[in-house]
Ligand binder design. Structure first.
Ligand code: PGA
Length: 260
């Protein structure tokens, strides 16, 4: 972990029902409040539960409450895009952060670099913070293409962003073969990928910008492996799927992201 403020974000994916989402949000908000100074926390429920989760977290004071995030958005402001949700709608529901380019969007739903870039730009232009997810498939890793894939995805998503937008941008490196599989990158492998990603950001926007850009790791982060990952100098926290669905596990991961 470098000098950047660590962040741990929960990606609930298409899980839970309203009652379970509310209960989880309440437990996470209460449990994470005491750590808010040291670790930034976010939860990303399904769209339909954003407002219920917002209400569930409202009793915790704003300064120590987890950020409310969405898992995706559509890049147009409004119009005939059946089934889609815009950045302004997310803001309207109280979301301040959104994921783009999650591997399930890329590889299950078929989103390419160009669409991910449009969504990222739209989110940032609307004033949302954006967690841009990148990462290689198993066969890409086996062919030695990890860094090339990460570089292509980072360049496509971040190209042309101005400093205000970059200040709201977070990268999440999630090797696809480690997502939901119980296989985690070793801390050393993850650190190497993060360090290279930071170099890409540096070559695009300069060393100073690269130094302040948070880069989270995602892919089977659990309470027992979080510390080893977060101890790496270029790993600034985590994007957590499965383990974010249990308050105790998620809070243990948030605690593991504290410095020192
Ligand atoms: P996982 O998911 O923690 O269940 O591997 C991470 C993610 O997809 O963001």
């Amino acid at each position: 972990m470098g000098h950047r403020k660590p962040m741990v974000a929960g990606n609930w994916k298409m899980n839970l029902d309203r009652a379970a989402a509310v209960a989880l949000a309440r437990a996470v908000a209460e449990g994470a409040a005491g750590l808010a100074r040291e670790v930034e926390c976010a939860v990303c429920p399904p769209f339909v539960y954003l407002e219920a989760v917002r209400a569930a977290m409202a009793p915790v004071d704003a300064a120590s409450r987890p950020a409310l995030g969405a898992q995706d958005l559509w890049h147009e402001a409004n119009g005939a895009f059946t089934g889609e949700v815009s950045a302004s709608m997310l803001l309207d529901c109280g979301a301040t952060i959104v994921l783009t380019g999650h591997s399930e969007r890329r590889h299950v739903l078929g989103e390419g670099d160009e669409l991910v870039a449009k969504k990222t730009r739209a989110a940032l232009a609307a004033g949302l913070r954006c967690i841009v997810c990148v990462g290689e498939l198993l066969d890409e890793r086996e062919r030695g293409e990890t860094d090339r894939v990460n570089e292509r995805q980072v360049r496509a998503a971040l190209q042309g962003l101005g400093s205000a937008a970059l200040g709201r941008t977070i990268i999440a490196y999630e090797p696809v073969w480690a997502i939901g599989t119980g296989r985690t990158a070793t801390p050393a492998d993850a650190q190497q990928a993060h360090e290279r990603i930071r170099r890409v950001v540096s070559s695009m926007f300069g060393a100073e910008q690269a130094e302040i850009m948070p880069i989270l790791y995602g892919g089977s982060v659990k309470p027992d492996n979080a510390r080893g990952l977060f101890d790496q100098p270029d790993i600034d926290g985590g994007l957590i799927g499965g383990a974010s669905l249990k308050a105790a596990d998620f809070l243990a991961i948030v605690a593991a992201a504290r410095r020192g």
